[in-house]
Structure formats: C-alpha cells, structure tokens
Design a protein around this ligand. Structure first.
Ligand code: SF4
Length: 515
C-alpha cells in the first residue's frame, strides 16, 4: 500500500520535462504527481484535433515515463467518469483524496491558468509552491530589467545581448562570428524550380496515440482539423530523433529558403521543432547546441545563425513580452479592427490559391511555417481588418505548437500590429506581389497579384493599398513606413477611391464586415 503523500506535484500538459526543477526537488518515495486531461484545455478556443491529440498523447507517454522512474502518478483521463474537466477541480479532488501537506507546480505558462491557480491556492489550507520554469534561457526578471532600461524593446537588440550573454556565435574579440549579427540579406531566396527537401521523420501513432485519437474523435466531434496524417513526436526520444533529422538533413538549407513557399510543400527546410519545444520535450539549449555542433561540422553560418536567432532571440523575446505586458495585452487593438474571421479560415475553401494552400495545410496537419503564418494567413487578416483577438485565438487553437505565451504576442503583436508596435516596429503588411515573389502560389491563381481593382484583382493587393490609405496618418511618423506611404501619396484620388470601394465590397462578400 502506498504511504501518505507529502507533496502533490502537479504537472501540466505543456510541462513534460522529467528533469524540471519541481520534479528534481521532489521525492518519488514520499510525493505524488498529478496529471489531468480536462475538456477546458481543448475547448476554451476551438482546438485542432491534432493539437489536442499531441498534448494528450505526450502527457500519457510522459506519465508512463514517470511511472517507470518509480513515481506515484495520479492520472486523470479524458474519459474517466468522475473527471471534473477543470484543472482546479482535479487539483482539489487529488488534494482531498491524497491529503498532501503541500502542493507544488511549475509556474503555468499562461495568464488564464495562472489566474485560476492563484484564485484556488488562496482557498487551500496547505502551502502551494510555484516553481519558476527553468525551461527557458532568459530569467523573466532579467528580461523585465532589460526592458525597463529601454524606451522600446527591439528584438534585434535583445538577440545581440543574448548572443553576448550566452557566448553564442561570437568571434575572439566578442563580435559576431562571420562579421555580421545576421545574414538576412542572403537568407531571403525563393525557389527557381520545385524544391525536393528531405522528408522529416513521421512518427506513426502507437497504441497510446491511437487510443487518444479515438477519445478525441468521440469527445470533440465538432473540433476542426484532420487526424489521418498525425505523425508528431510525442516522446522525448522521438523529439530528439526529429532534432537530429533536422540538423543533419535540413538545417543547411534552412537559412536561404526560410521565407520561401511552394505548393504542396509543408515543411521545406523548417525544423518544426516548436511543438516539442513548447511541450518541453526538448530544451532550447540542447537544440541550439545541436545547431552549433552542425556548424563545426560544416553547416553554413547563415543557416545556423538564422535558426539560432529563432530559438534564443524570437522565442525568448516573445515570452518576455508576454509576461512583461501582462494579462491586458490580449485586449489590445491599436488599429481598431473589428472584422470577422472569414469562414475559409476553417475550411480552406477559397479561390485565393495562397490562402487555400496555407489553410488546407493547417487543417490537414496543424502546422504552417512562419512565413505562411505571417505573410499569408496573418497578412490577409491584418490587411482585411479582422479583430486581432479572433486571429490570435485561431492561431492558438489551430496549430499544434499553439500555447498562449508564444501565440498571443506573435499573432496579436507581430501579425496584427494590435499592440501598437511593441513586438514589431512596423506592421508586416505586404501585397500579393510579395507572395508572388516568394512562392509559386500565384501561378494558376485566378487573381493577378499586380492588380488593385477589378474582378481579377488580388485581394491581398487591394487590401494592402486600402490598408495603407486608411492608416496613412497613423503611420506618418514611422520612418520604416515612409517608403510605402510615399507610394500611396503618388496614387491618384480616383484610384484610391476605387480601391476603397473594391475593398469594402470584398469585406462584405467575404463576410469580414457586416452586410
Ligand atoms: Fe494569393 Fe493573390 Fe497570389 Fe492569388 S494572386 S495566390 S490571392 S497572392
């Protein structure tokens, strides 16, 4: 018979690190672990079936790992008849059943969950210990201090400071290896012919994952997305395999083609390691070390630097912004956009080829790489004037790597510019010509990326010029927008009026504006 429980260690679905501090300081002989699958997490925004499956399958595999390490695990499954289906409800039930003297958990990575835990922990009698999340490379206090010292946070400045602080990609004098902090100029290539990237490993669902898939289909019949292609790594071992495959086979070409897109190509040279990183199956330090080791073996510096920047720069910067901005960040709407998300974001049914390709891929796999997210699905929502929180919720639920701390600042700040310039110094707005330059999507599309008005005008292009026109005054003081705004000034009044009329019609036809 197991003895009394000293501490109850709560492990959440995105905290699957067996070496986390909260577990390192616990004792398997005296303490117990609680893990709970609750409806709340799969329904607070519409969640892609692959996303829910990934989280739950990874949780079940992780619980098995803990049991093998002799932990006493209380695991609550989706189908358990007495599951309360809220995290707080399950902590309360476990506390009643096991009567621990204390409860401990890693600080949740989301304001919503942190609020729920804080409210509940004020009501319990024993101590509740919140352990800092050691999964990241930057201490939140240190980020807050870095930010306090600056008028505005700029990712590039943060990234350079990270390189220096962590001693990554520096020359002997402490300057950037290769003489430059980034190699963006050589990293913006498009494909001249169909690319043939090596295929990443596909992790066929094992018995555990198949059980989860059945439960997800049964329990969330109306959830979006398809499940038949599911092949994400759900264990640390599989995640390490995915890391090796990326570093050995795709990293070298990642740099030059990181902004490129091609019909039918889901990953190209991207790592797709974000799901494993966000679940904590991988640590960012080991991912960066693997890339640096590849550099030593001859991988090109621009590719390695571009990848390292994503991990030690963007990812850490975005998290810092999430926590320093606070819970009100999600309500920001600097551009005052109120439009609805068009229905094709849920079906992929649209005659815009770039959008159909990008959305169908998300529905099929729960994934799209950063340029599809930023410059196709995101760019369209920005230009068309969709409400930013609607867009952020879509990204949170529809992508397998969707977790609030990373999705919210990326979607609301970077994509929608709804934070007024905290994450990005200018909106990432581009016309159809950008998509034409970086992909083959426009070939065979019924629209013409160069046209702003008329039946065959590319909706991206119409909305782009309308967006600039509508926001001309707002962006007048932004030097990074001056070139774009000069083009608007050169457009005749008649043409601007025709663009505005066409944009209004499009908004109504696509269901973005009320009719
Ligand atoms: Fe997309 Fe416009 Fe190109 Fe069509 S023409 S694929 S809508 S960018």
């Amino acid at each position: 018979m197991p003895g009394p429980v000293e501490r109850l260690v709560v492990v959440l679905g995105d905290q699957l690190d067996a070496d986390a501090a909260v577990l390192r300081t616990a004792n398997p002989e005296r303490d117990a672990v609680l893990m709970a699958e609750v409806d709340d997490e799969a329904t607070h925004v519409p969640s892609h079936r692959q996303r829910t499956t990934l989280f739950l399958s990874a949780m079940r595999h992780f619980a098995d790992t803990l049991v093998r390490r002799k932990w006493r695990v209380r695991y609550v499954s989706l189908d358990d008849s007495d599951n309360s289906h809220t995290l707080v409800g399950e902590i309360q039930r476990a506390a009643q059943a096991l009567a621990p003297k204390a409860i401990a958990l890693t600080l949740p990575g989301e304001h919503r969950v942190q609020r729920a835990v804080a409210t509940w922990s004020r009501r319990v009698r024993g101590p509740v210990e919140l352990v800092p999340d050691g999964h990241f490379l930057t201490d939140l206090e240190a980020f807050a201090e870095w930010r306090r010292e600056r008028r505005r946070p700029v990712m590039e400045h943060f990234y350079r400071a990270q390189r220096k602080r962590l001693g990554i990609l520096l020359d002997h004098g402490g300057g950037p290896q290769g003489g430059s902090w980034n190699f963006d100029a050589s990293n913006r290539q498009a494909f001249a012919s169909p690319p043939r990237p090596p295929q990443p490993p596909h992790f066929a669902p094992d018995r555990v994952t198949r059980d989860v898939i059945e439960a997800v289909v049964r329990r969330f019949p109306d959830a979006p997305g398809r499940l038949d292609s599911f092949g994400w790594p759900v264990t640390r071992q599989a995640a390490l395999q995915a890391l090796s495959a990326f570093v050995d086979q795709r990293l070298a070409s990642f740099g030059p083609f990181q902004d490129a897109m091609w019909t039918g190509q889901r990953l190209l040279y991207h790592s797709a390691l974000s799901p494993a990183l966000n679940l904590k199956l991988l640590h960012p330090r080991e991912v960066v070390n693997a890339a640096l080791a590849a550099l030593d073996k001859g991988a090109p510096l621009p590719s390695v630097e571009g990848f390292v920047r994503q991990v030690i720069g963007w990812r850490e910067f975005i998290r810092g912004v999430y926590w320093t901005e606070g819970p009100e960040y999600g309500a920001r709407n600097a551009l005052e956009h109120e439009g609805r998300l068009p229905s094709f974001y849920w079906t992929g049914e649209t005659d815009m080829r770039c959008m159909a390709e990008s959305v169908r891929q998300v529905l099929d796999t729960g994934y799209g790489h950063h340029i599809q997210r930023l410059m196709v699905t995101g760019n369209f929502a920005l230009l068309a004037g969709v409400h930013p929180k609607t867009v952020a919720d879509w990204y949170l639920g529809m992508f397998v790597d969707g977790v609030d701390w990373v999705t919210l600042p990326n979607a609301l700040g970077m994509v929608m510019h709804a934070d007024g310039g905290v994450v990005g110094t200018k909106p990432y707005a581009a016309s159809g010509k950008y998509i034409d330059r970086m992909s083959n999507y426009c070939k065979g599309c019924r629209y013409d990326p160069a046209k702003r008005t008329g039946d065959d005008a590319c909706p991206f292009t119409t909305f782009y010029w309308d967006f600039l026109s509508r926001n001309q005054r707002r962006f007048a003081g932004n030097p990074r927008m001056s070139l774009m705004l000069r083009h608007v000034e050169r457009t005749s009044r008649g043409e601007r009026s025709a663009i505005a009329t066409h944009a209004r019609t499009l908004r109504r036809t696509l269901g973005i504006a009320a009719t």
